[in-house]
Write a protein of this length. Structure first.
Length: 244
């Protein structure tokens, strides 16, 4: 423990939770049902297994957050900053197919839970930086696989249509016209993985947008009346009563 910090000491139990769960499981299984501690050991086993599953999910999410932060730290020239709720979904090499072009533009594509980023990695001062080349807002976007005929004889192509473009500097977005992107994967399996995961992100964003609109619509019908509004409603009601 020489050189250990307070933080590292506090992290030791969380790092050993899987070992604790394994030991407790073996102890509970090796204990006779007739033993007075058997029921307590089985209950303890279930609790520690549930705790291990909960910690595993949180550790996995924390690792994902670290990856997102590392990407943003290496990112140069991007018109947006990191968001607390942003998570990494997928990253890899794709080629963007330009109209009337026989060759594609190879870039590293990074799929987050709210946008698709494309960058060009390059070495600079003993570190790799990610030069920003563009991004696609995935809110209300659409993605589909293209046939070889639709892709001009190319295999494993995807078409992404963004309903709007923009940047989220300071978490705001500029609206613009829709754009169609044609991307080529390296294989059929890669095409399917990008298609499925991007579609999942888009569907989740669509559901969140619908839920937000329903909440706003509900709130608009239940806004508290101001003093002036209550006076006008009361006056209107009295006038209606007197006229009857």
């Amino acid at each position: 423990l020489k050189g250990a910090t307070l933080l590292s000491l506090l992290q030791i139990p969380a790092g050993c939770i899987n070992r604790y769960a394994l030991i407790m499981s073996k102890l509970a299984e090796a204990t006779s049902p007739m033993h007075p501690d058997c029921a307590g050991l089985l209950a303890c086993k279930q609790k520690i297994l549930r705790l291990a599953d909960e910690i595993k999910i949180k550790v996995k999410d924390a690792d994902n957050v670290d990856q997102v932060l590392m990407i943003h730290q290496a990112l140069v020239g991007a018109p947006f900053g990191v968001k607390a709720q942003r998570r990494l979904v997928l990253q890899g090499e794709l080629s963007r197919i330009a109209t009337n072009s026989k060759s594609g533009e190879d870039r590293t594509y990074i799929l987050f839970t709210d946008l698709l980023l494309f960058v060009r990695p390059k070495q600079e001062s003993k570190r790799t930086i990610l030069q920003y080349k563009g991004h696609i807002i995935l809110e209300c976007a659409r993605i589909r696989a293209l046939s070889i005929e639709e892709a001009g004889g190319r295999e494993h192509c995807l078409e992404i249509t963004s309903s709007f473009q923009g940047v989220d500097t300071l978490n705001t977005t500029f609206m613009g016209s829709s754009t169609v992107y044609v991307l080529k994967a390296g294989s059929k399996d890669e095409q399917k993985e990008w298609l499925d995961k991007t579609k999942t992100v888009i569907e989740r964003l669509d559901e969140e947008d619908k839920a937000k609109k329903r909440k706003e619509s509900f709130s608009s019908f239940h806004l508290p009346c101001t003093k002036d509004q209550r006076y006008l409603l009361s006056s209107s009601s009295k006038q209606k009563t007197s006229s009857e």
